[in-house]
Design a protein around this ligand. Sequence first.
Ligand SMILES: Cc1cc2nc3c(=O)[nH]c(=O)nc-3n(C[C@H](O)[C@H](O)[C@H](O)COP(=O)(O)OP(=O)(O)OC[C@H]3O[C@@H](n4cnc5c(N)ncnc54)[C@H](O)[C@@H]3O)c2cc1C
Length: 405
Amino acid sequence: MESSVFDVVIIGGGIIGLSTALRLKQEQYPNWRIAVVEKDDGLANHQTGHNSGVIHSGIYYRPDSHKARFCVEGAQALLKFCDENEIEYNLCGKVIVAIHESELERLDSLYERGVANGVKGLEIIGPERLKEIEPHVYGIKALWAPGTGIVDYKKVAAAYAGRFQEAGGDIFTGAEVQSITKKPDGLSIETSGGVLQSKHLINCAGLHADRVAEMMGEKIDIRIIPFRGEYYTLTPEARGLVNGLIYPVPDPRFPFLGVHYTRNIHGQVEAGPNAVMALKREGYGKYDVDLMDSWGTLSFPGFWKMSMRYWKIGLGEMHRSYVKSVFVHDLQRLVPEIRSEDLAPGGSGVRAQAVARNGALLDDFHIIQGKEAVHVLNAPSPGATSSLAIGKYIGDLAAEAFGEG
Ligand SMILES: Cc1cc2nc3c(=O)[nH]c(=O)nc-3n(C[C@H](O)[C@H](O)[C@H](O)COP(=O)(O)OP(=O)(O)OC[C@H]3O[C@@H](n4cnc5c(N)ncnc54)[C@H](O)[C@@H]3O)c2cc1C
């Protein structure tokens, strides 16, 4: 870190930190000195590098929410960015499938939400049309979203980083932010790789965003609770059972989408993810435990209130995590031909889910602005799809808080 005095330091080299950095350097503050600091030796190793790779179209989210707006805007901006930067994507389309009469009302509401959010091309389809799109799927009705796609978000993040550096931005990896001190002339940011001075800070630390906000003395009243999502991978022989993206009608009591099938941009088909509470913030293995992370969760009153509310769903998710036949059974509801031997263990990702003191799972993106800092405290799915729109929003907040460049 030879030159360590900056106008803005962005903490976190995931897709949101990098899109924000790009926005600030290209549009807001081309003449300011801007740096991204990332604790790992590489970029995008956490949520960004461990997700389903779906370019969501914006169906699920409450109209007028940040999620609805940023997802629709972000998906368009992302496709344009991919075209300009020769990043492969595939608009393979997605079906959300109702298998039971009791789901039809929710399917219709999803259609209406999608239309209200400005998603183009949505159609409610019957079983014949569903069979044309996904011949191996069983369903009595489905919502067809032809504009949903797939991409490799690690590649997208690498391209944001490349464009940011070309514009004159700095990226420091292997630099974990450990403390932040407010001084009369700015902030002193101590990292494992050296000390940086900066006038302003943007916190995009994902699974550790609450801790970074607390380092700045923010009273945030939320805690990040990690939820692991585990995947199976279909064996090459079984991949033909899935053409694109096949989702169930989601459970409205829970902010996750339910286990689904995703054909990724590299041609593999993944099934999952579930949502199991993890005992380590970056705990990708079933048995990973970190005492400090576990204490952080268990000592937060919101965790216990959340557990009272969701204990039944939580136990069901754990049961499905440990017993493969339960996972297979759920997958068979959508694709009856799938067999246990078609599924090999796949990867996993950990979601940074913000939980409020009253036990509510924050559903929308949650971004707060102080005098010298902006903190991204909740950026769950569709955060990757929305990354350019979120970067633009943070750029606007920064201009208000930090002044013009
Ligand atoms: C299982 C799963 C599936 C998903 N599927 C999709 C999908 O299909 N489509 C979609 O749009 N979204 C999806 N998402 C959501 C999406 O991945 C996230 O919204 C997005 O990646 C968030 O990006 P981020 O930059 O905030 O976080 P991250 O990618 O987690 O980046 C945060 C970075 O901050 C760094 N950091 C943390 N603490 C410090 C510190 N103290 N000092 C320095 N650096 C630090 C971390 O090392 C990390 O690199 C999914 C998420 C998961 C987990």
